[in-house]
Design a protein around this ligand. Structure first.
Ligand code: C2O
Ligand code: CU
Ligand code: CU
Length: 476
């Protein structure tokens, strides 16, 4: 009797185990199919979306006035399935804000959502009060109207939310847009600058989707799950029609946490002409472009001698944008590129030095051992005083940290060295974000020309939101 009972129990346990294993396998198999069908369903069939250029509401050419509405919406990414999203003046991403060097700009930002937000102008050199960091909260239904004079040369910058605890999800669901600073320099005049013809923005973001076509923002102890799809300007697997000419791309790594390496499928090289803060003194010829979250680059690709009908833009080895070429070669070969004449940041005899140690443990992190506190000023610095900062990324004790993109608000800095050596060519321009891999040490020279309180943080948004941020106060 006893042993039959035992046998029955064992059989029941085995059956339960078998059924649950079948369940797990089925869900794995289903997930595999789900992911594949997502990727397969959009084989470069839709045209690359281009964000609209926002209309300046002020007729005075020396003044620009803009309105942004942060709002909820619905966006179709795949299979005619509408997904709940967020956008500025639209359902996903936002329009391009154009500003001229020297221009007076005011932007009214309305928060039409039912959660707190802010809008931060990433890379813009403006006083702390206008910067849109965590202190400039816009409550639901409220608005905020910063105004400032553009004090920097041509560059591709961007804007995104920065409120505590809502930044990463709001960006993930679509709140982000580009800022184009324009100037009168020779370089600006001679480069391709016809928007949507030979000058294109590429906002690249990795995303996960649910099988109903909605975005899936998922984190665990380690951070956000890397996306299994890639959006360019909010379009999944898009194509772009271009002529056989020299084309300018302004690329933003708009990912929450992933590093990106781009190249062209035909293996051809291109010229990088700008870093985060604007044109470089020396363009860099390369076959790959590496960007960490928050970083931008402008590149020139010469398609005049490409016979193929299409070239793919690859992210690592995955095609993310099909460039369809047409027509005869246009324009002339360019052997020289005008160079930026932006002056280096001057350094005095005994610059003050500071050290910033970034450390993360899964999704949480600290800078100099401290977790972010909105009510604590971590550093004080004099206005217009150049300092040398050493940024160090501590190796993870138990798990790899993967490195951190270090970003500073309200200024553009210059990299002096990476691991004691001269920085690579592509980092010898003005930067507001610099990647510091595990165990690496990057030295920068930095100067603030505007007063107020500014954030510095890791631009992995999940790290920023979980402690890896500090505040510097610039004192006149
Ligand atoms: Cu892109 Cu604190 O910013
Ligand atoms: Cu910023
Ligand atoms: Cu980080």
């Amino acid at each position: 009797m006893e042993s039959t009972k035992k046998n029955k129990t064992i059989i029941v346990i085995l059956a339960v185990l078998l059924i649950s294993m079948i369940g797990i396998w089925l869900s794995v198999v289903f997930n595999m199919f789900a992911d594949k069908s997502i990727v397969r369903s959009n084989g470069f069939a839709s045209a690359l979306k281009l964000p609209p250029l926002l209309e300046d509401e002020d007729p005075d050419p020396s003044v620009a006035r803009y309105t942004l509405n942060a709002q909820y919406g619905e966006t179709i990414f795949m299979n005619n399935l509408p997904a709940p999203t967020m956008g500025y003046n639209g359902s996903y991403l936002g329009p391009i804000l154009r500003m001229k060097q020297g221009e007076k700009v005011s932007i009214r930002v309305n928060n039409s959502m039912d959660e707190e937000t802010t809008v931060h102008w990433h890379g813009l050199v403006v006083p702390g009060e206008q910067d849109g960091g965590p202190h400039q909260v816009i409550e639901p239904g409220e608005s905020w109207t910063p105004s400032f004079t553009v004090a920097q040369p041509a560059a591709t910058l961007w804007y995104h939310p920065h409120a505590l605890k809502t930044t990463s999800t709001q960006v993930y669901y679509g709140l982000a847009g580009l800022i184009y600073i324009e100037d009168e320099s020779q370089m600006s005049k001679s480069l391709p600058n016809e928007y949507g013809v030979n000058d294109f923005p590429l906002i690249v973001q990795d995303r996960n989707f649910n099988s109903d076509g909605s975005l899936s923002y998922r984190t665990d102890m380690m951070g956000i799950l890397p996306g299994n799809t890639v959006l360019v300007n909010g379009t999944l697997k898009p194509y772009l029609d271009i002529r056989r000419e020299e084309v300018r791309f302004r690329v933003l790594n708009g990912s929450n946490s992933e590093n990106f390496v781009f190249r062209l499928s035909d293996g051809s090289s291109f010229r990088q002409i700008a870093t985060d803060g604007g044109f470089m003194r020396e363009p860099v010829v390369s076959k790959t472009l590496t960007l960490s979250p928050g970083e931008r680059a402008e590149v020139l690709v010469d398609f005049r001698n490409v016979d193929a009908e299409a070239v793919n833009l690859l992210l690592y080895d995955t095609p993310i944008l099909k460039l369809r070429l047409s027509g005869k070669p246009l324009g002339e070969a360019r052997d020289t590129i005008p160079q930026s004449d932006a002056a280096d940041i001057p350094v005095g005899a005994n610059p003050r030095e500071r050290v910033f140690i970034m450390e993360s443990m899964g999704i949480n992190g600290t800078i100099n051992g401290k977790s972010f506190d909105q009510h604590r000023i971590d550093e004080e610095i004099g206005l217009n005083e150049t300092e040398i900062w050493t940024i160090y990324s501590r190796r993870g004790m138990m798990m790899r940290s993967g490195g951190h993109p270090f970003h500073v608000h309200g200024t553009q800095f210059q990299v002096i060295s990476r691991n004691g050596k001269e920085p690579p060519k592509e980092e010898r321009g003005f930067k507001d974000t610099v990647f510091v891999d595990e165990g690496e040490e990057v030295r920068i020279k930095i100067r603030f020309t505007q007063t107020g309180v500014f954030m510095y943080h890791c631009h992995i948004l999940e790290h920023e939101e979980n402690g890896m941020m500090g505040q510097v106060k610039v004192i006149p």
